[in-house]
Design a protein around this ligand. Structure first.
Ligand code: DI6
Ligand code: FE
Length: 408
């Protein structure tokens, strides 16, 4: 395992309660896959045979973390994109049997190899911009075999590429057509068979539910969480995306890692997120694609110091987005996050949303050496530019994943 000393580097440590935690003229030692030392350049330790990288003042950050994606699926929904441009809404398309269910049909018909091949360019797009951890949800299988198939593909992506994949079971994403009119029976199936089987195969790091008028009720979501927590699994939820059903408060009160979307969350309910240390995951890609106008309760989130994460929500319907840098820009422009909040959203707060903040998400001694060197000298440039990829080099767990930009 290489020992590497970075010198003459500007480090956004993300190790404080706000801001970048910026350290200029710094140095950083990576050893045994971890961050072994960091400090001012003039204090750098004697490092023997370590490789020394002169960063010429460039910016180093933690590896980016995409804490909410539906990266594994088959087909596309470009036709629905056109329908929405002609005036149909996302909910109307779903009610007509399109939407999530059309991706379920395509995903059920695909083999593991086909799903893997189709997910690959999307994963590569994330990796090219310095993503070192990605969460991938099931939810387009909606029966045991097909949910397990999706999660196996997610696992395979993580074992064949230098990226950490967190697998989330989202069996309660939509009602499959064979259960039409019997949603309670489907939830029973999720709890009694689908989740336990996927968990028994070691495929579940967390359990998600979609609580919404076009998906499942608050009571049904609660039932799935009962089952997840009985298995000792962390929970998170898609809530308040299109309407306010009280899902975020319910999830937070059960200690959910995160509540995601939350455009329709009432400001008065934000205190319960703070109380239970639940992360607010904002998904500006879906907000943009659906031309949503209802903003998440940002002032209340800030007032209560709820950690805000940002993610791609990469999916074929509401967010065909595989660029976290673009998501950072959208969060600033659409939600008026500061560039510092945006970077926190894809590093330390995304790590919190996955329950991994003791291991990754910031540059601190003892944490895993997931780091990105960028061809920029200050962090606001990451949120500000659109369409340029300034990623110069990426290290995952102390090993180089790409280093072509090191000498640039
Ligand atoms: N909300 C989302 O953003 C994705 N799932 C969900 O519950 C969208 C899934 C899709 O439209 O395919
Ligand atoms: Fe989603």
């Amino acid at each position: 395992m290489p020992r590497t000393l970075f010198i003459n580097v500007t480090i956004a440590c993300l190790d404080s309660e706000s801001g970048y935690g910026l350290r200029e003229h710094g140095a950083l030692l990576v050893e045994a896959g971890k961050i072994a030392w960091l400090g001012a350049m003039q204090d750098q330790p004697a490092v023997g045979d370590a490789e020394v990288i002169d960063c010429a003042g460039r910016l180093l950050t933690p590896g980016l973390i995409d804490c909410h994606s539906h990266l594994v699926y088959a087909g596309d929904r470009a036709d629905e994109f056109e329908m929405r441009l002609e005036g149909a809404s996302y909910a109307e398309i779903a009610q007509r049997g399109g939407g999530i269910i059309s991706t379920v049909t395509a995903t059920r018909a695909a083999s593991e190899a086909e799903l893997f091949a189709q997910a690959l360019p999307r994963l590569n797009s994330l990796l090219a911009e310095g993503v070192t951890t990605v969460e991938i949800k099931s939810g387009y299988g909606l029966d045991s075999d097909n949910e397990i198939k999706m999660l196996r593909v997610a696992r395979q992506l993580g074992s064949e590429f230098q990226v950490r994949v967190q697998k989330t079971f989202l069996g309660a994403h939509a009602l499959p057509p064979e259960f039409a009119g019997r949603s309670d029976d489907y939830i029973e199936r999720v709890c009694a068979e689908m989740l336990p089987r996927a968990h028994a195969e070691g495929l579940v790091d967390a359990v998600d539910v979609f609580i919404e008028s076009i998906a499942f009720s608050l009571a049904q979501g609660t039932k799935v969480f009962d089952c997840a927590q009985a298995l000792g699994l962390p929970i998170k939820a898609h809530v308040e995306q299109l309407s306010d059903l009280g899902g975020a408060v319910m999830a937070a009160s059960r200690g959910a890692l995160s509540v995601d979307h939350i455009e329709y969350l009432a400001a008065a309910d934000v205190a319960s997120l703070a109380q239970h240390e639940t992360v607010a995951v904002l998904l500006p890609g879906a907000f943009y694609v659906l031309r949503e106008t209802q903003l998440p309760p940002l002032a209340a989130l800030r007032e209560h110091q709820v950690p805000m994460a940002l993610a791609s929500d990469a999916n074929p319907g509401s967010s065909p987005v595989t660029s976290l840098l673009l998501v950072m820009n959208m969060a600033c422009t659409l939600f008026r996050l500061t560039p510092a909040e945006a970077l926190r959203g894809v590093t330390i707060n995304a790590a919190r949303a996955l329950g991994l903040a003791t291991e990754i998400g910031s540059i601190e001694v003892g944490k895993q050496a997931d780091i990105v060197l960028w061809n920029v000298v200050k962090p606001s440039l990451l949120s500000y530019q659109i369409g340029i990829n300034p990623c110069a080099a990426v290290m995952q767990a102390g090993n180089w994943r790409s280093r072509t930009g090191l000498s640039a």
